[in-house]
Design a protein around this ligand. Structure first.
Ligand code: ADP
Length: 542
């Protein structure tokens, strides 16, 4: 017997319809590429996303055709989120920090037909358009009459002209909720990038989950600043959850430096922000020397790579901001776990609570997880035993776009490539990415643990730990360190700093001071590149 409830499909268009009807006057504030601050409402975004849909119809785009973006976080990008997916096309957000060759490869692989881009990325588009014959319409996200002359880009139109003539009463189509809605390529540290192809259903379920109290706890009372880019994994789903809850959205545009982000947070009374650790490092770096405080910021989700304890501590103790450590990946839409304490943990002394907050957290309902050993058998949830982390759920991929890489699943579970422990309360902690873990004398050393300790030293701006070949131990850890401006610390002092914090055999063999650590397109440390830079490095005594 089937249930007798209604079966409206879960479609992205329903989010923008809801946002307009129930919170139409909610504000969307954007810092634009032009440098000014733009203000509009959910009603404006809804109206203009219908015009985007009309422009795509006029361009002859069919159901499931791909529309690419190379854009910062801003209101026009938000309109494309709803206009493209809502009308049944697939939004392909491209990471502009990738190499132009890679961008061209991705655009061709995705078979993009339209490319919408911010003026910042004009040089990229000039470099790639000849290599992307499938793109038949280029849209510069700019005001009418602001198209620069002589770009050499064919079929280029200003966004406001492109949507300006379209009617505002477009009817959103209804279709299968499992239809593709958007796509994102993984950074592809090995081999060619592969795409996760999200569906309307997966996106809506993820949007509900992301808003839950033990996840981002979003509500109509929040002013939300996603520093995490809309060009990578849909800004962790925040645009969708924002439409669902009717919160205010504040977009930083291209200005991600500490000063600009801080000023926007204060001016727009931001209560909640989300980003990767490297971005928050810049923000904290601006606050301290200028003796600044947050007036309204209460919570921040930090994820994408391990959040150093020193950062969680600084936010909580110095600024009264709750840090929610999160873990996920492109293939998971991206949220998998979030670290919020349970009621019984509130009784624990602060140091014990801190130990828990450092973990990546508990599984969100909808993202089931387990750890397994080399034999594929489940490992115990004792907080000590580590193994390969596998996940499954309705917003986790079952295969990559065009079947690249074959069947990724193992008995229906997606292997994350991360190594983790899970404790009896379900708190998962990432030990390392399986390719970054350091194997020394048959034992594993977590590069994250070593980096966290180094980052807690007051003179250290950034630290990256990598394994170096060793004739006896197989690999030994070294730590590459960027010193804070004007700060002094010697190799010996840093090595001493590890004493008592990890077992003796886990203390790195060396400290290498560097000017900077290479970052990838999503702001994560690029260890492959760092290892290349260290090609001629010799371990002391090896
Ligand atoms: P890519 O795979 O392209 O680098 P993703 O954004 O999909 O980009 O990265 C997912 C990976 O990032 C995870 O598998 C994990 O290794 C790492 N990661 C994400 N969040 C965290 C976190 N909070 N702590 C440690 N590692 C994290």
């Amino acid at each position: 017997m089937l249930g007798l409830m209604q079966t409206q499909p879960l479609l992205i268009s329903s989010l923008i319809v809801h946002a307009e009807r129930h919170g139409g006057d909610g504000e969307i504030v954007s810092r634009r590429v032009e440098g000014d601050i733009h203000r509009c409402t959910w009603t404006d975004v809804a109206r203009r996303s219908r015009q985007v849909a009309g422009a795509l119809d006029a361009a002859g785009l069919l159901f499931s055709d791909r529309v690419a973006t190379l854009a910062w976080n801003g209101y026009r990008h938000l309109e494309l989120y709803f206009g493209v997916s809502g009308s049944g096309r697939v939004l392909h957000t491209i990471n502009p920090r990738l190499h132009p060759e890679q961008i061209a490869w991705i655009a061709n692989h995705a078979e993009d037909q339209v490319l919408c881009f911010d003026a910042t990325f004009l040089p990229i588009v000039q470099a790639i358009h000849a290599k992307c014959p499938g793109i038949r319409q280029y849209v510069l996200l700019c005001d009418s009459g602001k198209l620069p002359a002589g770009t050499g880009i064919p079929n280029l139109v200003a966004y406001e002209d492109w949507i300006g003539g379209q009617k505002t009463d477009y009817e959103w189509p209804t279709f299968d909720e499992n239809s593709a809605s958007s796509m994102c390529y993984t950074s592809g540290t090995t081999g060619n990038p592969k795409a996760a192809l999200y569906s309307h259903r997966s996106t809506l379920l993820h949007a509900y989950a992301a808003a839950l109290p033990d996840v981002m706890n979003l509500s109509a009372r929040d002013s939300v600043l996603p520093v995490v880019p809309m060009f990578h994994v849909n800004a962790w789903g925040i645009p969708y959850s924002a439409a669902l809850t009717g919160c205010k959205l504040v977009f930083p545009g291209p200005a991600m430096d500490g000063k600009s982000v801080y000023e926007l947070m204060e001016a727009e009374k931001v209560t909640f922000a989300a980003g990767v650790p490297t971005v928050w490092q810049m923000l904290l770096g601006h606050l301290k020397p200028n003796n600044l405080r947050f007036s309204t910021l209460r919570r921040t989700v930090i994820g994408g790579s391990a959040c150093p304890p020193a950062m969680i501590h600084a936010f909580r103790e110095d600024y009264g901001v709750d840090v929610l450590h999160a873990w996920g990946m492109t293939e998971m839409s991206p949220l998998g776990t979030l670290c919020t304490l349970k009621n019984k943990h509130l009784e624990l002394p602060p140091e014990e609570q801190m130990k828990l907050r450092l973990k990546q957290g508990r599984a969100i309902f909808g993202a089931d997880m387990k750890i397994v050993g080399d034999d594929g058998q489940d490992l115990p949830w004792d907080g000590k035993t580590y193994g390969d982390l596998l996940v499954r759920g309705p917003w986790i991929i079952r295969e990559y776009f065009k079947g690249e890489g074959g069947d990724p699943l193992v008995d229906g579970w997606f292997p994350t490539g991360d190594v983790a422990t899970i404790d009896a309360d379900g708190f998962m902690q990432i030990t390392d990415r399986s390719k970054d873990v350091i194997k020394s004398g048959g034992e594993w050393i977590s590069s994250i643990d070593i980096e966290n300790i180094a980052m807690a030293h007051p003179a250290v701006q950034m630290a990256a730990c990598v394994g170096m070949k060793h004739p006896k131990w197989d690999e030994r850890p070294i730590v590459c360190v960027v010193r804070k401006q004007g700060a002094e610390v010697t190799r010996e002092e840093l090595l001493q700093f590890f004493e008592g914090k990890v077992a003796k055999w886990q203390v790195p063999d060396d400290v290498v001071f560097v000017e900077s650590i290479p970052l990838g397109a999503t702001g994560k440390m690029l260890k492959t590149k760092l290892r290349e830079q260290l090609r001629d490095y010799k371990l002391p005594g090896a």
